[in-house]
Ligand binder design. Structure first.
Ligand SMILES: [Zn+2]
Length: 175
């Protein structure tokens, strides 16, 4: 009676019971740590994620929905001082046997690994231009003019969302 496979982490979940009982739900909650989210400047504080998720099987797929709480530790874009930005993204994701890249995640037999999904969801909340406070004037006058008004005008970087660049770095086992 092993509830977790050898080597399985706390975010790798056996869902065989859900698959055989459609409509049954399982809550997944509490704090989990994804250490690679805390690496370097601009990381999640401690890599810590507070999960409030529900898993449910529908038509052979596993639906995961709920909320994740985390906090970014970034630099103020004006004064370069530390900024802590709490985020609380809602998520509604699908795990299936043949996932669609960028849309759904892998259901590997009776196993789902929440970690790659959580990385994506959290990284998409990365604030692009955080401020320590809205009135921050920065350390020296004029040093960052030009960046300040970008939010009100045209997108300064059309095309690929720059947040995806950060996401690339968090896919260590891309095949
Ligand atoms: Zn500042």
């Amino acid at each position: 009676m092993s509830r977790s496979a050898p080597g399985a982490g706390p975010l790798q979940l056996q869902v065989g019971d859900l698959l055989t009982q459609p409509g049954r739900r399982r809550a997944v909650g509490g704090e989990q740590v994804l250490e690679d989210l805390s690496v370097g400047v601009g990381g999640i504080a401690g890599g810590a994620l507070d999960l409030q998720l529900t898993l449910e099987a529908q038509a052979g797929r596993i639906m995961v929905s709920g909320t994740v709480r985390a906090a970014w530790e970034l630099e103020c874009r004006r004064c370069l001082g530390p900024v802590r930005v709490p985020v609380e993204p809602d998520l509604s994701e699908v795990f299936e046997e043949s996932p669609t890249e960028g849309e759904t995640f892998l259901l590997d037999g009776e196993l789902v690994d929440l970690a790659p999904m959580l990385r994506e969801v959290v990284l998409l909340t990365l604030p692009l231009a955080p401020l320590c406070e809205s009135t921050c004037r920065g350390p020296a006058e004029g040093a960052y003019y030009g960046l300040e008004e970008a939010g009100g005008g045209a997108d300064p970087a059309p095309g690929r969302d720059p947040r995806w660049a950060a996401l690339d770095d968090f896919r260590p086992d891309e095949a």
